[in-house]
Design a protein around this ligand. Structure first.
Ligand SMILES: NC(=O)c1ccc[n+]([C@@H]2O[C@H](COP(=O)([O-])OP(=O)(O)OC[C@H]3O[C@@H](n4cnc5c(N)ncnc54)[C@H](OP(=O)(O)O)[C@@H]3O)[C@@H](O)[C@H]2O)c1
Length: 364
């Protein structure tokens, strides 16, 4: 249940930043939490302000915060994770490690869409043995990636990041409008998994097989993934859409040395100590703390003529750059809520809202 409430404006404590929220991003975890699919206990008499992602302007900083100040444009990620304060409110007071600078040239709408989708996608694309732990142009040259569901928020982000890093990206979708979104994100080859024989088509497009599969629906796609993987291929599973059980052959995967890697973004904050340096080490090569921070990519965006979508211009710490489309996803459940959905989709704007539903069992 969502209701509008007035909450006090909390002063930032040590290591905290208060942000005047302009846009609140909506992710599946937000609506799954709201419908009771994820257990987040709410103490008696308190409320849960929803939403993980958002963007806005820094309003005040607490003691010890030196690299952010009032007036800074920022994007936020995982704000409501294990916290009662999400981004669906006018002012959010959050640990500084969840607040990232947003360049003047990047829109606040874009900023609200970066958190969960792009960090999950970046994580998935940096798990391959011997591969980069932080993406940048050229770092996935020669790598072939299959993104399942290339019109989804995470899938679309994975296409954009993999393409930017130089990978050859194939994706699956279920309709032509979704194919257009996937192509706009940079996918070189798009396969309709409903109307085409996906395995045969992908094999035809990539006869040597795929190095990485970014998987949203392992229960239905396991056969496809194994049919198209190259030896030593990696399947990164970030969701259990369409079912939580997977049946797979063992011997054939042993002989091909296949790796399955299951990821959960929400575990990443466990390795980020409070007050940790918010900026990633820049440049190429191996980082020791693999999962701690979002990629150090500066993004700018501008509207496309005749379109509500925006193109994103990304520059890495070395000055390399690439242009691609920002995701414009319609967040499931967003329209059902009291706050207004932003035309670009997946972003809400409005007063504080709170959720007081009780949530029994986790399903990410
Ligand atoms: N592990 C993590 O840390 C993490 C992080 C973020 C999100 N998630 C989870 O990931 C899932 C997706 O999140 P999202 O924000 O990307 O949601 P979304 O925008 O709704 O996208 C989901 C996509 O999955 C696609 N899909 C469903 N079944 C498919 C299949 N059999 N083959 C290919 N594509 C298929 C859908 O495409 P079609 O409609 O064309 O089938 C849709 O585009 C959610 O369950 C979310 O909770 C997990």
């Amino acid at each position: 249940m969502l209701r509008i409430v007035d909450l006090p404006k909390r002063e930032p404590g040590p290591g905290e930043v208060r942000v005047r929220i302009h846009y609140s991003g909506v992710n599946p975890t937000d609506w799954k939490t709201r419908i009771g699919g994820i257990h987040m206990p709410i103490p008696d008499g308190q409320v849960q302000v929803p939403h993980l992602d958002g963007s806005g302007i820094v309003d005040a900083v607490g003691p010890g915060v030196e690299d952010l100040g009032p007036g800074d444009r920022v994007w936020l990620w995982l704000v409501a994770f294990k916290r009662l304060e999400g981004t669906a409110q006018e002012y959010a007071t959050v640990p500084a490690r969840l607040v990232r600078p947003l360049p003047d040239t990047a829109s606040l709408e874009l900023g609200a869409c970066l958190g969960v989708p792009f960090i999950t996608a970046h994580h998935a694309l940096t798990l391959r043995a011997g591969g980069p732990t932080q993406l940048g142009p050229g770092l996935l040259d020669g790598v072939t990636v299959l993104v399942a569901g290339g019109a989804g928020a995470v899938g679309n982000a994975a296409i954009q990041l993999a393409t930017w890093a130089g990978a050859n990206v194939i994706t699956t979708v279920s309709s032509e409008p979704k194919a257009r979104l996937a192509r706009a994100a940079g996918a070189r080859m798009v396969v309709n998994y409903r109307t085409q024989h996906a395995a045969a088509e992908i094999r035809r497009l990539a006869p040597d097989g795929l190095d990485i599969v970014v998987e949203v629906s392992p229960s239905t796609n396991v056969g496809l993934d194994l049919a198209v993987l190259a030896p030593h291929g990696l399947v990164v599973v970030y969701a259990n859409n369409n079912g939580d059980e997977v049946t797979m052959p063992v011997r054939s995967q042993m002989t091909q040395s296949v790796t399955w890697h299951f990821v959960l973004l929400y575990k990443m904050t466990d390795v980020v100590p409070a007050g940790a340096d918010r900026r990633c080490p820049s440049g190429r090569g191996v980082r020791n703390r693999r999962q701690s921070s979002p990629p150090d990519v500066r993004m700018t965006s501008r509207p496309e003529p005749g379109s509500r979508r925006r193109r994103v211009h990304a520059t890495d710490a070395s000055g390399n750059s690439a242009t691609r489309r920002a995701p414009a996803r319609a967040a499931p459940g967003a329209r059902a809520h009291t706050a207004r959905a932003h035309p670009a989709g997946g972003v809400m704007r409005g007063r504080s809202s709170s959720s007081s539903c009780h949530r029994p069992a986790p399903t990410i």
